[in-house]
Design a protein around this ligand. Structure first.
Ligand SMILES: Cc1cc2nc3c(=O)[nH]c(=O)nc-3n(C[C@H](O)[C@H](O)[C@H](O)COP(=O)(O)O)c2cc1C
Length: 215
């Protein structure tokens, strides 16, 4: 049955976000929220995030990638350096990461600058991937136009033979990015659309300013 979209109405009641309860460092709050999402079991891939870049064609573009690590320095994900997002980041490293965790009625929005991580670190992660994912990274010229799916499957088959029993090296066009945040906004759904929004902004002395935003 078709539903009128304006009938989708939800009251957000699961939690609250108060200045008195948050850490001075946003990565600690991110960690707390991430653990809570994992523990709640409400999200299949809590590490799925949308990364938006400023495209070479002048349009912003968002797409989902998987967060693989976070530290006080920032957020790490892996991709093809020659992909559309890779080229966009080469040109302008300013990106936005966003997470939506409906199970806990939460959103996190990060603005920051992306930089390539060291080859050694990317090697370490590449090494940990299953064989199929390693070969997939080699086969796919991510974001290029291709004539058919068969081409990919044929190339994968060839590589499977070529690397049978051998170590698969990480291609130099594939690796990690670290996004160093300059601002992180935490959004917690609340009743009557009076949601909680706290924004951390990085100051020159590496401390963070915390401000409440109107919902
Ligand atoms: C759940 C999910 C996880 C994904 N994880 C990644 C990832 O970690 N790295 C990646 O390069 N692409 C990932 N993708 C594919 C990207 O969304 C995107 O199609 C690809 O990176 C090419 O984007 P681009 O052409 O804008 O560079 C994922 C897609 C989904 C839906």
């Amino acid at each position: 049955m078709k539903k009128d979209l304006s009938d989708y109405r939800k009251s957000y009641t699961k939690s609250a976000l108060l200045e008195s309860e948050v850490s001075d460092n946003p990565m600690e709050l991110f960690q707390k929220w991430f653990y809570e999402i994992e523990k709640s079991g409400t999200t299949d891939e809590p590490n799925a995030m949308t990364i938006s870049t400023l495209g070479l064609d002048g349009y912003p573009k968002g797409r989902v990638v998987l967060l693989k690590r976070y530290t006080y320095e920032g957020f790490i994900f892996y991709s093809n350096y020659r992909s559309e997002k890779g080229k966009a980041i080469d040109e302008d490293p300013r990106v936005c990461l966003s997470f939506f965790w409906p199970g806990m009625e939460r959103q996190v929005i990060v603005k920051g600058e992306a930089e390539k991580i060291s080859g050694n670190m990317s090697d370490g992660y590449f090494e940990s991937r299953p064989t199929g994912s390693k070969l997939g990274a080699i086969v796919s010229n991510q974001s290029e136009v291709i004539p058919s799916r068969e081409i990919l499957e044929d190339q994968l088959e060839e590589l499977e033979k070529e690397y049978d029993g051998k170590e698969i090296p990480r291609p130099d066009y594939w690796g990690g990015y670290l996004v160093r945040p300059v601002s992180i906004e935490f959004w917690q759904g609340r009743p009557n659309r009076l949601h909680d929004r706290l924004r951390y902004t990085l100051l020159e002395d590496y401390n963070w300013k915390i401000e409440r935003l109107a919902p």
